[in-house]
Design a protein around this ligand. Structure first.
Ligand code: OFO
Length: 168
């Protein structure tokens, strides 16, 4: 793969691993405030992000590129509220979508059809990631400080099970 593509793909795999770190940190925050369902949801999300990063690792290797793991930034440890955490998760997903779109643009610039094809899975996935986070943000806004409402959302999110490993 072209050198600037290799660099951009390496940068993006770091972003996916940071996502895994961010959501693991959110899981720990939720565990600390006894919202175990949200903690479980975030742990599953963290695992999915690691799997996303690994898809980039595999793709770079398959294309005879060189994976260069980078330092992962430290995520925040505390959030003001569950709503603040999910709001940050939503905004983070929007930023990841923008990065994926830039990778698609770069793959088009190089007429790299394999990279373009690989990235389409992520284009679709980001629609889902943003929609899911936004749905939870809206639910949390609706319940506000209502403890029973918060408990119901916590229970619902705790029912999330790990997704089947993505094909590829
Ligand atoms: Fe990998 O989708 Fe979120 O960040």
């Amino acid at each position: 793969m072209k050198k600037d593509m290799e660099k951009a793909f390496n940068d993006h795999l770091n972003a996916e691993f940071f996502s895994a770190y961010l959501y693991l940190s959110m899981a720990n925050y939720f565990a600390a405030v006894n919202l175990d369902g949200m903690a479980a949801w975030m742990r599953v999300q963290s695992e999915e992000e690691r799997a996303h990063g690994m898809k980039f690792v595999d793709f770079i290797n398959d294309r005879d590129g060189r994976v260069a793991l980078q330092k992962i930034d430290q995520p925040p440890v505390e959030w003001e509220s569950p709503l603040a955490a999910f709001q940050e998760a939503y905004e983070h997903e929007c930023s990841i979508s923008a990065k994926i779109n830039q990778l698609v643009d770069l793959s088009n610039k190089h007429s790299d059809h394999a990279a373009h094809n690989f990235l389409q899975w992520f284009v679709s996935e980001q629609v889902e990631e943003e929609a899911t986070a936004l749905r939870i943000v809206e639910q949390l806004k609706r319940v506000g400080d209502n403890a029973v409402g918060l408990m119901i959302i916590d229970q619902q999110l705790g029912a999330r099970t790990p997704a089947a490993a993505p094909a590829g």
